[in-house]
Design a protein around this ligand. Structure first.
Ligand code: ATP
Ligand code: MG
Length: 275
């Protein structure tokens, strides 16, 4: 048990967040996270001083228009790229203090990343792609769990297919299975429903809700208010800044959808922020 003094010290390092009237453990946080691409005079400010804190076990959606910085944020959180300034902390690790090798191991052991462009290995079949991170870690895949996930994602008949024989939506589902296979503490999903029809999206969101119930933390980037309405919290990002957030509270999915849509309307019409 951490004593009060320790709690206060940790809290000053952003290790705790205040939610629903109590302090909870923050599993992931950023401090003044900034990312610029390119050089003067063509600098793109993709992220601008972003401060967020995610509690262990949360399901958070990140919503914003194309080019607003969503993928950049997810890449920084997953340690796939380094910030221009500011920092990212996951558990007790300051990612900026890890060298490239430690960062790779850290990522493989703690983070399931679903890439916007899938990133499947073309010379491996579906099952090999899904189990690759676990194999790289020298661990034994939980075959039963993986087959359950593949079946829930409708891929049970595609285990031995190569990626180039799959549709875009099927490839996306393989990338999802790969991210979930090792039961990572944190799932970072970049537009995971982008190539899925509404039925497959619904099934995926149900699967996310189920793994979230087991305590896995999920951050999901999306354009879709419908997909975001399943989350417990929605962060709105615009021009590289998180400018608003909504907590579910006791709202139903439908009420959540309405709140998100209303906020997006304000966002796109440039009106005043709604609280
Ligand atoms: N490697 C890069 N080099 C230069 N600029 C980049 C690079 N990656 C992203 N950007 C720019 O940074 C900004 C944010 O891009 P990002 O990919 O994070 O947006 P996004 O919100 O994920 O968009 P989308 O919804 O289209 O996926 C954009 O202006 C983009 O052009
Ligand atoms: Mg993107």
């Amino acid at each position: 048990m951490a004593g009060m003094e320790e709690v206060l010290i940790m809290s000053s390092y952003n290790n705790f967040c205040y939610m629903k009237g109590e302090f909870r453990m923050s599993i992931l946080s950023t401090t003044h996270l900034t990312k610029q691409y390119g050089k003067e005079p063509n600098i793109v400010n993709a992220l601008n001083e972003v401060d967020i804190s995610i509690e262990e076990g949360e399901f958070v959606a990140i919503i914003g228009t194309s080019g607003s910085g969503k993928s950049t944020l997810l890449h920084m959180l997953g340690g796939l790229d380094r910030p221009t300034s500011g920092s990212v902390r996951v558990d007790k690790f300051e990612l900026g203090k890890l060298d490239d090798e430690d960062l790779t191991v850290f990522r493989r052991q703690r983070i399931g990343f679903i890439f916007q462009n899938y990133n499947l290995v073309p010379i491996l079949n579906v099952y090999e792609n899904v189990t690759m991170p676990i194999q790289l870690d020298g661990k034994k895949p939980d075959r039963e769990y993986i087959q359950e996930i593949l079946a829930l994602l409708g891929l049970e008949k595609k285990l031995y297919n190569m990626p180039n024989t799959l549709s875009g939506g099927q490839q996306q589902r393989v990338a999802i299975a790969r991210a979930l296979a090792g039961k990572p503490a944190i799932i970072l999903a970049d537009e995971p429903t982008g190539a899925l029809d509404s039925r497959a999206s619904d099934e995926l969101l149900r699967l996310f809700a189920a793994v979230n119930e087991t305590g896995q933390t999920i951050l999901m980037v999306t354009h879709s208010a419908r997909a975001a309405s399943r989350a417990g919290r929605v962060l709105f990002i615009k021009d590289g800044e998180v400018y608003h957030q909504i907590y579910r509270g006791n709202s139903t999915n439908e009420q959540m959808y309405q709140k998100i849509s209303d906020t997006l309307t304000v966002l796109t019409t440039g009106g005043e922020r709604s609280e």
